[in-house]
Design a protein around this ligand. Structure first.
Ligand code: PLP
Length: 372
């Protein structure tokens, strides 16, 4: 059988290795000048110069952003259930309550209408996710936030460089978080970048990541150690010079898959919102349950019969996880449940060859036709 096509593939090159070596030789490996340079370069390239603060992970970025924005016990924050658990976890870690809300029926992003219906007098903020690298309906959420005096936060973990109406994701809310985990569109090994709407939020995030100190031993607030190291920042700086070309390749790969899958019965290629630049962290199709194509059997057949790897993000809605279900007794989110049953993410990463792409299309068509 042909070689296995992996669903994701981090790319680490000689330049990244050389950058790590440079920092190691300097003898200064903890947070220092590399982190400061990475923050400035990321700000200029990704979020139109907004203040950026680097932290040890995306999850830490969400947690610190929420705390910096004043979220805590007694508050409610509206989040999707159809996402990685870090979204709801970070809200719960502040002592606030994650309020899980349904997604739009066509895209996989949080529904502004459903969010509106979930607002109570305890709601302080809405934190949608630019899921799979596809921008959520930011103008609708900004309007909703303005109308109800709420804050908007962006989980942009998967959406480096995406935009809507010409505006970059990461510039719509009080803060936004980009993950730098190896499977994301760019990596620093582990890490997160927080884009901040104001000097005050940026300063609070900086304090919280470093024991509450700006000046040594003048601790102003109770904080964490969630600093990024210069070793990680050096990797991230190199990746920043490459991610633009990788994103173009992801988009080209997605366009090929779109064209190849357009006529395949039972398969819906990923929708793109008007005015959106999707960065295809994932290329996620929907299998039409009514056509008799069963998702788990479909994924198994792609692997067994065609050696094509595929992922399911996410099979269990967050409000049904053992860790988070206490926040959502008796909640019914029909679009979330349907997506959790129907989604399949096909390989779209920049290392795919033309032959790989052709194999993916023919494998999906063959398995769909067989009604796996
Ligand atoms: C990856 C991810 C996170 C968490 O980022 P880490 O860097 O892994 O901590 C949060 N939200 C979403 C949607 C993610 O995909």
């Amino acid at each position: 059988m042909s070689e296995f096509i992996a669903p994701a593939k981090p790319i680490i090159g000689d330049e990244e290795r050389a950058a790590v070596d440079r920092v190691m030789r300097s003898g200064m490996v903890a947070q220092g000048p590399e982190v400061a340079a990475f923050e400035q370069e990321f700000a200029d390239q990704m979020v139109a110069g907004r203040r950026c603060v680097a932290v040890s992970s995306g999850t830490a970025g969400l947690h610190l952003g929420l705390l910096a924005a004043g979220i805590g016990p007694g508050d409610e924050v509206i989040v999707p259930s159809f996402t990685f658990a870090a979204t709801g976890n970070s809200v719960a870690l502040t002592g606030a309550t994650p309020v899980f809300v349904d997604i739009e029926p066509d895209t996989f992003n949080l529904s502004p209408a459903a969010a509106s219906a979930a607002i109570t007098d305890r709601t302080r903020a809405i934190m949608p996710v630019h899921l799979y690298g596809h921008p959520f309906d930011a103008p609708a959420f900004q309007a909703l936030a303005a109308e109800h005096d709420l804050q908007l936060f962006e989980d942009a973990a998967q959406a480096h460089g995406a935009s809507l109406g010409g505006q970059k994701v990461g510039t719509f809310g009080t803060f936004a978080m980009f993950s730098l985990y190896p499977t994301k569109n760019m990596t620093s090994g582990e890490g997160g970048m927080v884009s901040c709407a104001s000097d005050d939020i940026a300063r609070q995030v900086r304090l919280l990541r470093n024991q509450g100190m700006e000046k040594q031993y003048a601790n102003e607030v109770i904080g964490f150690n969630t600093r990024m190291t210069d070793i990680h920042a050096a990797i991230g700086r190199v990746q920043l010079t490459k991610v633009g070309a990788w994103t173009e390749q992801r988009r080209a790969n997605a366009a090929f898959l779109d064209a190849g899958l357009a006529e395949v019965a039972g398969v819906t290629p990923p929708p793109v919102r008007a005015g959106a630049e999707h960065v295809y962290h994932q290329y996620t199709i929907r299998l039409d349950g009514a056509s008799g194509v069963e998702r788990d059997a479909f994924v198994a057949a792609l692997k067994a019969e065609h050696n094509v790897g595929a992922g399911v993000y996410y099979p269990i809605p967050n409000h049904r996880l053992a860790s988070l279900e206490k926040y959502a007794p008796d909640l019914d989110l029909p679009q979330t449940e349907r997506a959790a049953r129907e989604v399949v993410s096909l390989p779209v990463h920049p290392s795919l060859t033309q032959a790989d792409l052709e194999r993916i299309v023919s494998a999906v068509a063959a398995v769909a036709k067989a009604g796996a």
